[in-house]
Design a protein around this ligand. Structure first.
Ligand code: NAP
Length: 250
């Protein structure tokens, strides 16, 4: 089987790191991209020590010049990328009346603009290869969530982007899908617990009680879904949103 080159954004930790490890285990060379290149080294080391191929790339996905330079480095160091997982994300939660313009712009820039810029930068390689796998990290918050007007809008927008690129790029052998996780145990949900002043273990326990499978999710739960969407054999599921949430939606 051909070794594909994958880029995973926000892959220094959390869901992105688990997706990077899984895609490497699946046989792909992986560009571990995050804001801080040094912070990517742990993910790269785990991959290379297991016999895989990976490089650390530092870039802010919301800056077009940094995105262009990052993709050029991936081409030079690993080869042309044909798998992209748009995972980088930030939270700036607040009720609407307290949400600042900066809270809105930051979330839109990283999630929506970042995914647009990254997808645009890799699409020419996918089109040339007549092969591609695009994955967007949406969220159950896309259905609406108190205190997340910015995040919910960005995550709903990513579903629209995934579906649109499925239409535009399908004829070039590219599939484009979104994963909408529910509560996943990462620094992001730990920060939410801290913000509302609840111990993380208590927060997870309380959340698990409302989830049909009675547990919170792990980054590996999301990596398993990403692995399917990014696989060679998935050439016919495109433009879909997969809720990975221990139940229908949360
Ligand atoms: P996380 O632990 O906070 O990790 C996010 C990563 O993205 C961090 O390494 C962060 O870098 C990086 N990042 C932030 N802004 C960036 C930028 N402009 N350019 C490049 N990298 C950037 O988050 P997570 O929980 O793993 O979530 C990953 C994705 O899944 C996000 O899109 C999130 O919205 C989505 N999601 C998460 C959950 C959940 O329950 N955890 C649920 C639904 C959806 P720094 O550390 O340097 O900031």
């Amino acid at each position: 089987m051909t070794q594909r080159v994958a880029i995973v954004t926000g892959a220094a930790r959390g869901i992105g790191a688990a997706v990077a490890l899984r895609l490497a285990k699946d046989g792909n060379a992986v560009a571990v991209l995050d804001l801080d290149e040094g912070a990517c080294e742990a993910t790269v080391k785990t991959i290379t020590e297991a016999g895989g191929k990976a490089v650390a790339i530092g870039a802010d996905v919301s800056k077009s010049d940094q995105v262009a330079a990052a993709v050029e480095r991936v081409v030079a160091e690993l080869g042309a990328p044909t798998i992209l997982v748009n995972n980088a994300g930030v939270l700036r939660d607040n009720l609407l009346f307290k949400m600042s313009e900066d809270d809105w712009d930051t979330v839109m820039s990283v999630h929506l603009k970042g995914s647009f810029l990254m997808s645009k930068a890799v699409q020419s390689h996918m089109v040339e290869a007549k092969y591609g796998r695009l994955v967007f990290l949406s969220s159950t918050s896309a259905l609406g969530n108190r205190g997340q007007a910015n995040y919910a809008s960005a995550k709903a927008g990513l579903q629209g982007l995934a579906k649109t690129l499925a239409f535009e790029l399908g004829k070039f052998g590219v599939t484009s899908n979104a994963i909408a996780p529910g509560f996943i145990e990462t620094d992001m949900t730990a920060a939410t617990a801290a913000r509302v002043g609840i111990d993380f273990e208590e927060f997870k326990k309380a959340t698990a009680a409302s989830i049909p499978v009675q547990r919170t999710g792990t980054p590996e739960d999301i990596a398993a879904a990403a692995s399917f969407f990014c696989s060679e054999e998935n050439g016919f599921v495109s433009g879909q949103v997969l809720y990975v949430a221990g139940g229908p939606r949360n």
